[in-house]
Ligand binder design. Structure first.
Ligand SMILES: Cc1cc2nc3c(=O)[nH]c(=O)nc-3n(C[C@H](O)[C@H](O)[C@H](O)COP(=O)(O)O)c2cc1C
Length: 178
């Protein structure tokens, strides 16, 4: 409960980010999430430094001239972007929506694990999901879908929001009182 209520999406992230090895370790944990058929219909592409710059340049090239500098800057905001690719198994008995639900389980588990290790993260979608140039540079296949990325790093000092309180969800739970 503590991990769940203290995790927040962190916009301001700085170095260090987890190493490739630590990311892989945490992802192994997150991969234990419920996954119908154990299909693992996902993959991650880790971007740092020059790779961030290269993908940011793709996004900027697709934008209006006055937006380009801001887009490139924004794409470099976190030291690590873990791009999430949905790779559904086509015509499988497990329908695509269930496979997508499994991907979401992994992403949230990973965010919780990162948080438990003192890393902040935020799932960002936006332009990256619609960018043909980025798809091509990242090697995303036509039958795959870009689901955005997790920005990962150390939370800035100002980014330590208060523990969330438990919200009232009573109108979201029904009972069939037969
Ligand atoms: C699928 C998905 C896509 C998201 N895309 C964005 C985004 O593009 N930009 C952004 O600022 N936040 C994005 N978020 C983060 C949500 O805005 C954030 O989780 C929400 O505001 C709740 O904040 P919390 O995570 O601190 O509880 C996304 C979250 C999810 C699950």
């Amino acid at each position: 409960m503590t991990a769940i209520l203290t995790r927040r999406s962190i916009h301001s992230l700085s170095s260090p980010a987890p190493s490739d090895e630590e990311f892989a370790y945490l992802l192994k944990g997150a991969a234990a999430a419920p996954d119908h058929g154990r299909l693992r219909p996902w993959r991650w592409i880790l971007l740092r430094n020059a790779d961030l710059k290269a993908v940011g340049a793709c996004l900027a090239a697709e934008a209006e001239p006055e937006e380009r500098a801001m887009i490139e800057r924004n794409f470099m905001r976190a030291p690590l972007k873990a791009v999430l690719v949905f790779s559904p198994k086509a015509e499988h008995r497990v329908p695509e929506w269930e496979q997508l639900a499994s991907v979401s389980n992994v992403a949230y588990g990973l965010m919780l694990l990162l948080h438990s290790r003192g890393f902040g993260s935020i799932w960002r979608t936006g332009r990256l999901c619609q960018s043909p140039r980025s798809r091509s540079l990242l090697g995303v296949h036509p039958d795959e879908q870009l689901l955005g990325s997790l920005d990962i790093g150390r939370p800035g000092a100002s980014a330590q929001p208060a523990r969330r309180s438990l919200e009232d969800i009573t109108d979201r739970v029904q009972f069939l009182r037969t």
